[in-house]
Design a binder for this molecule. Sequence first.
Ligand code: FES
Ligand SMILES: [Fe+2]
Length: 390
Amino acid sequence: MSETSAQITSAKTSGAAANGGNGSAPRVGRALEPHYYLGERALQREMETVFARSWQYAGHVGELPEPNTYITTVAGDQPVLVVRTEDGELRAYRNVCRHRGSELLTGEGSCKRALRCRYHGWTYDSTDGSLLGVPEHRGYAELDKVRLGLMPARVELLAGFIFINLDADAPALAEVTAGLGERLERYNIPDLVPFGIKGIGGSQPANWKIVVENYLEGYHVPIAHPGLMRLLDYQRYGVETHDGWAWFEAPLRDAPSSNRLERAYQRLARPMAGLTEADSKVWRYAVVYPNTAIDMYPDQVNVWQIRPDGSNATADRWACFRHPNPGPVTRLVQRINQRFNNEVLDEDVDLVSAVQTGIHTRGYSPGPLSEREAAVGWFADRIRADVDAG
Ligand code: FES
Ligand SMILES: [Fe+2]
């Protein structure tokens, strides 16, 4: 990948070729206008046009190791359950009982083939969602069991990560992430195990798109992240956008950092099984549209779901994965990495809350985007296409 340049591979999302053709900076999209961020109605519209139609992270294959295990999640604001059925397949359903709307399963864990609602005990077959049993069924004047099965959702895998989609007509996950699976493969994600923080990890006082956009560019690193700037070779920070995903390569500097912990990380980070020595000198990030971020480090892989929590707040949901048997040195490296992450997150929370405040300004409209913000333009184009078409 050429340094710092945005490789826009989809004419559909960019509306422009990768480069102006006369040595000028590549053309990038326009940032979103403020009305996309403001108010509950804009969010409700996104729930229908973005979150009800796109692939969203649900978990790791290791969370459903055996038949009759399940996890629960949401797609946007819609509850979904994913179950590994008796035949070993993954199935997803809307997590709601067809009787009077109780959430069917909570949390995660083991279940039976017959999923039983805790309210009045209706039971459903996890393998196909069909309604199996209704207590005191003679008490119903009408009960069309065939029409009262669980509502399906889609579930597909990306390199060991489970994604769900509410839209029966959406393109397959493999299609929208074409090319990404191969790049994730070297991290051996199915073999990694969870560790450290998991679940809701805090709230950010900004619209979810402001949080995504902040992740999608490194342009603010020299200004806002002094620690990261010492670690990363900013000149070689690379951005690439594809139809449904974006990719970032952040090579680590060779020169030792002036900071003790950063020097320790530089010295001690070793590539996980499957990675090469060269992989231990680069941090990689991917975003699967709309709200899944995957951080790939030599020592661990983190997934960050950026979930809307109302129109002006974001709930962070984290999952961290590592090799099953890290030695003591790698454990130390992982702790240092976590510290870096917390520091950078604090700095980013400050930035996104400033944007949330600023975009309320009457008369403000966004300025141009730099080539380093090509992925912000990509994301804006995707959001506009979905929201405006919807
Ligand atoms: S709401 Fe589920 S059985 Fe009544
Ligand atoms: Fe940042």
